[in-house]
Design a binder for this molecule. Structure first.
Ligand SMILES: *Cc1c(COP(=O)(O)O)cnc(C)c1O
Length: 484
């Protein structure tokens, strides 16, 4: 495919900038071909199957088993392998009919920012070496903090995802509330809390029993009274409650814990209040939806994944903290070889002081560019659209009569089950598998109080009502065929 303007190099020389590197003109051509691949793919995506069956053919498996490369291969051939062997064997999580886990559709702005930031080898670790980038990171964090209702002075850090952000949040809570060590300390969350919290607690050296998973209420929410009683009982037993983790959009059902009331319990009992909004806190970008998260601004820390509902390519999570100084206290240290750097730095803007990464990429650029290019109002509309799409799916499912909702559409997530006498786990499993095998759509099943349910997450802005119709009709057909 011909690119409109394949201009010549501004420098007359057609040269290599490293002995092994491609020539200037080759690099340009390779680059254009990469962009063409991406743009073509994004246009073709809706017509592709969501997934392929088998997951990996023997032919492809063998073709990918290349020996350690000693000599150069033409870029055309390697790019062909990437497209035809590697990327042909993925599930398209950005496909308009991918409704499983949490769909993620990177905006074109985000995709280009990845290339730009890699192209300029931006070091995101400190102010001295990345003065522009560190300011952009801080400002982008401030934008998000403001949307979430945190006070001026709040800050945070961009990390690789929600799991890493939860680890850093628990580390911050420990820094603030457990100066004398972790002995007998207890953290609280509901049975709907994401598994990354268990991993964070384990990684930081707490025993599994130091995280209490309290039973959620009928709406899958953490009841402030249940929390308050558990904390009081534990404190009476000589334990040291220090942290509460609430959900602003649980992965299972999109449930939002009563944040304002939980914040009040935390204030009264002197507990760190962390809110896991990995996917759901994005709704705070919308002035219309923001009231759903009332109380979010009382959090001591919040996580929010731009690679979920802020339309970014993978690899960007975010931790927001009311008092960034606590993160610095938890993570900052200055090795000898960085001492003069430290002396000349604006150390408030050294992001390597706020987390465990020293060398770190300039993740903020993709979100910053996305917000600038499209404007936050457009993104807010896309988020509202994702919520409405789940409501549409709920109505469509009810109208079809084969399935019935279990939990109503809540910020882009809906759960439902088959209305039938048949054993549901098997039938649900069959629905999930059949749709995946046919490449029609992807969804997941999950468990609510040990009952099997099907689940749709509709936050991909590329999904249309028609995609919901196609997916639901295919699900209904699986059930009808099963009964025949
Ligand atoms: C996805 C998710 C996480 C984990 O985030 P990753 O970016 O996948 O590491 C944590 N909490 C919730 C509620 C999530 O939905």
């Amino acid at each position: 495919m011909a690119a409109p303007s394949r201009r010549r190099s501004r420098h007359s020389a057609n040269r290599r900038n490293a002995d092994f590197e491609l020539l200037t003109e080759e690099r340009r051509e390779f680059g254009y071909a990469v962009i063409d691949s991406i743009v073509d793919h994004l246009d073709e995506l809706p017509d592709l199957p969501v997934s392929r069956r088998p997951v990996l053919s023997d032919t492809d498996r063998n073709a990918l088993d290349v020996p350690f490369p000693l000599h150069p291969t033409r870029w055309q051939d390697v790019l062909a392998d990437i497209r035809e062997l590697i990327f042909a064997n993925i599930v398209h999580q950005d496909h308009p009919r991918y409704f499983a886990t949490v769909p993620a559709a990177g905006s074109f702005a985000g995709i280009m920012a990845e290339a730009l930031s890699a192209g300029f080898q931006v070091f995101g670790g400190n102010h001295l070496e990345g003065a522009g980038p560190s300011l952009v990171e801080r400002n982008t964090l401030r934008w998000l903090a403001e949307c979430c209702g945190l006070p001026a002075g709040a800050g945070g850090i961009f990390l690789s995802g929600g799991s890493m952000a939860n680890v850093h949040a628990v580390a911050a809570a420990r820094q603030a509330k457990l100066p004398d060590g972790m002995d007998r300390a207890v953290a609280y969350c509901s049975d709907q809390t994401h598994s990354s919290v268990d991993r964070a607690v384990r990684l930081l050296g707490f025993a599994p029993a130091q995280l209490r998973r309290l039973p959620s209420d009928a709406d899958c929410r953490l009841d402030p009274r249940v929390l308050s009683e558990a904390v009081t009982r534990d404190a009476g037993d000589g334990l040291r409650p220090f942290l509460v983790i609430a959900n602003a959009g649980s992965t299972n059902t999109g449930a939002i814990d009563p944040l304002a009331d939980l914040a009040e319990v935390c204030r009264r009992l002197d507990l760190w209040f962390h809110v896991d909004g990995a996917y759901g806190a994005a709704v705070s970008l919308s002035a219309r939806l923001r009231p759903l998260l009332a109380g979010l601004g009382h959090a001591d820390s919040i996580i929010l994944d731009p690679h979920k509902w802020l339309f970014q390519p993978f690899g960007i999570g975010c931790l927001l903290v009311r008092e960034p100084g606590i993160l610095r206290a938890a993570f900052r240290l200055v090795p000898e070889y960085l001492e003069d750097y430290d002396a000349t730095n604006d150390t408030e803007l050294n992001f390597y002081d706020y987390g465990i990464e020293l060398t770190r990429p300039f993740r903020a650029l993709k979100l910053w560019l996305t917000l600038r290019l499209y404007g936050s109002l457009e993104l807010a509309r896309a988020i509202e659209y994702g919520c409405r799409l789940a409501e549409y799916a709920e109505a469509r499912i009810v109208a079809g009569g084969v399935f019935e909702p279990v939990t109503p559409a809540s910020i882009g997530i809906l759960t439902f089950r088959c209305r039938s006498e048949e054993p549901q786990p098997q039938l649900h499993e069959l629905v999930v598998q059949r749709l995946r095998n046919d490449g029609v759509a992807m969804l997941t099943s999950t468990k609510l109080r040990s009952d099997s349910v099907l689940r749709l997450c509709t936050i991909n802005p590329r999904s249309r009502r028609h995609d919901i119709d196609v997916a639901v009709a295919a699900m209904e057909e699986v059930v009808r065929a099963y009964r025949r």
